[in-house]
Design a protein. Structure first.
Length: 329
């Protein structure tokens, strides 16, 4: 921490020197001790220290001084620098002046002249300790406020991210799901429920308790899928047939990954499902067309080959021989 400043104010130079000498003798080097012979000079010094980023922690002021009285000075200090603690050290202050300082300057303590050195030093040490505690508490409060602000910002960011995720989840064109390692759906979006023939996500989660038993047309697909997922924690473009709730068989394509915590423990699976039945039907139709075209091509080739053979001289000679044999017969 930057050295703290103790400012002593009195219109008598000998008193200032006495106070300064006692403070230097009893305090460590962590404090700057400055003096001013009037209230106006004291205010100027405080402003100068503030510009130099030095902290004035304590002002010790006499009451009876020319132009600006001690209570007026301390009231001004408190109004413009409320962190600074104030002590009145005087032998001529009346009750009204002390009351003004207590009420309007938050006076830390009143000491009468002539003062006891022990009393002065204890008062100053206690005031400085209180000042440091207040500064430490203020710093902690500022850090706590920053932390709270940061936490609020993070919570707001998480809320926005959750809303965005929820919007994507609810309005996606593909089926999106999370399921437990033992084969139970944790969460599905509306599209996922519709693909599988359910009225709502909650309806699907309630009625779909064992994925491997209720979905897969070929159980071997489930075993193969699990083997791939165990080996690489991710399966892409896996195509298979499933039973919808109404018993209809459809084709789906699945992309799934394992979600683990920072220790590597498996938490759940999450993935995307697409209904590719129409695509599969189109593929099968194209295959049939290709096969039919191939058959037609083969037949055409055979006809062309026959035509070529018929036109050859050897074929014509064989044909003539066959004609003679038929005629002779």
């Amino acid at each position: 921490m930057t050295n703290l400043v103790i400012l002593c104010v009195d219109d008598e130079a000998t008193i200032l020197e006495s106070i300064k000498e006692q403070l230097r003798r009893n305090l460590d080097d962590g404090y700057e001790i400055e003096t001013a012979e009037s209230g106006e000079e004291a205010l100027e010094i405080i402003e100068e220290f503030e510009e130099d980023s030095m902290e004035v922690a304590l002002v010790i002021s006499d009451q009876i001084m020319p132009r600006m009285k001690g209570d007026e000075l301390l009231i001004d200090v408190h109004a413009n620098h409320p962190k600074i603690l104030t002590v009145m050290l005087t032998g001529q202050a009346n009750a009204q002046a002390v009351g003004n300082a207590v009420n309007a300057a938050n006076l830390y303590r009143y000491l009468a002249k002539p003062w006891e050195e022990t009393d002065l030093i204890l008062t100053v040490k206690e005031a400085l300790r209180s000042y440091r505690q207040d500064q430490k508490l203020e710093k902690q409060n500022q850090e706590l406020k920053k932390l709270n602000t940061s936490l609020e910002q993070k919570i707001e960011a998480l809320r926005i991210a959750e809303e965005n995720y929820r919007s994507i989840f609810e309005n996606a064109l593909e089926g999106i799901f999370q399921c437990s390692p033992d084969g139970q759906y944790i969460e599905v979006n509306p599209v996922m429920a519709r693909i599988y023939g359910y009225e709502s996500p909650s309806d699907m989660i309630t009625n779909m308790q064992k994925i491997e038993r209720q979905l897969y047309v070929d159980p071997n697909n489930r075993e193969h899928f699990n083997c791939l997922l165990d080996k690489q924690d991710e399966v892409k473009n896996f195509q298979y047939q499933i039973y919808r709730q109404d018993g209809k068989i459809i084709w789906v394509e699945e992309n799934t990954r394992a979600v683990r915590d920072r220790h590597g423990t498996l938490l759940y699976y999450e993935g995307i499902i697409q209904d590719i039945t129409e695509r599969k039907q189109e593929e099968q139709a194209l295959k049939r067309q290709v096969q039919e075209m191939q058959i037609a091509i083969d037949k055409s080739k055979q006809a062309n080959e026959v035509a070529k053979i018929v036109k050859t001289d050897s074929f014509q000679r064989v044909k003539q021989k066959l004609t003679k044999i038929r005629n002779n017969s």
